[in-house]
Write a protein that binds this ligand. Structure first.
Ligand SMILES: O=C(O)CCC(=O)C(=O)O
Ligand SMILES: [Fe+2]
Length: 208
């Protein structure tokens, strides 16, 4: 993953998409509201609730999605050791999404189930990300600056799996039109990695 990401088109076997999508559509996502311009709104169901309500989604993220990431990396990974943030179902309606950020987990796998809103992911290359990564915390009022840095723009279709070195490359999700993009997103660390204690505490305080 030299570019910091890989998009596996049509990763989900035909026949698996419809039932999974129907299952995810019935889950009760919680709206995340925009807090004083620090984030964009979107809907989310966190890892604890996903495991309670839809254990088969946790099995998908802990099994085949993880295996796809391991194959791409040539490295063993496990869920990030945080049962709230390691797995989410996320829904971005028109003008919703995630501001430019880097992830808490080292790697991510994001399976798109619905995308009828032109929903996209934009990713800055690793070189630019090295410079701008730390600035995601202070430049959140100036989102346009990141967009000027020439991101790769992906428009994942239902069934596509995106693998991303989410802590290394600055990225965002955005839905420009009516409709919604719905994803299963999971975060992983290399097996045996120690989590940064202080950074995790701050992330939990900011996110939930
Ligand atoms: O929706 C996506 O494709 C990206 C999600 C993401 O960046 C995240 O959950 O951290
Ligand atoms: Fe992310």
């Amino acid at each position: 993953m030299d570019a910091g990401y890989q998009l596996l088109r049509n990763w989900l076997p035909a026949g698996a998409l419809e039932p999974l999508r129907a299952r995810v559509r019935e889950l009760p996502l919680t709206p995340v509201r925009a807090k004083s311009g620090m984030n964009a709104p979107y809907g989310v169901l966190d890892g604890r609730r996903v495991r309670e309500l839809a254990p088969e989604i946790a099995a998908l993220a802990g099994g085949p999605m993880r295996a796809a990431l391991e194959a791409a990396l040539g490295l063993r990974v496990q869920f990030m050791a945080d049962a709230t943030r390691d797995l989410r179902v996320q829904r971005y309606a028109k003008h919703e999404g995630l501001f430019w950020h880097i992830d808490g987990g080292t790697f991510g796998a994001v399976l798109t189930l619905d995308n009828d809103c032109g929903g996209r992911v934009e990713i800055l290359n690793p070189r630019v990300s090295r410079v701008l990564g730390p600035a995601t915390y202070v430049l959140f009022p100036f989102q346009r600056l990141f967009s000027l840095a020439g991101p790769e723009v992906l428009e994942p279709a239902p069934g596509d799996l995106m693998l991303i070195a989410g802590k290394r490359v600055v990225h965002r999700a955005y839905s420009p039109r009516d409709g919604a993009r719905i994803v299963i997103a999971a975060s992983y660390d290399p097996v045996g990695m120690r989590r940064p204690v202080v950074r995790d505490a701050i992330a939990r305080w900011l996110n939930y």
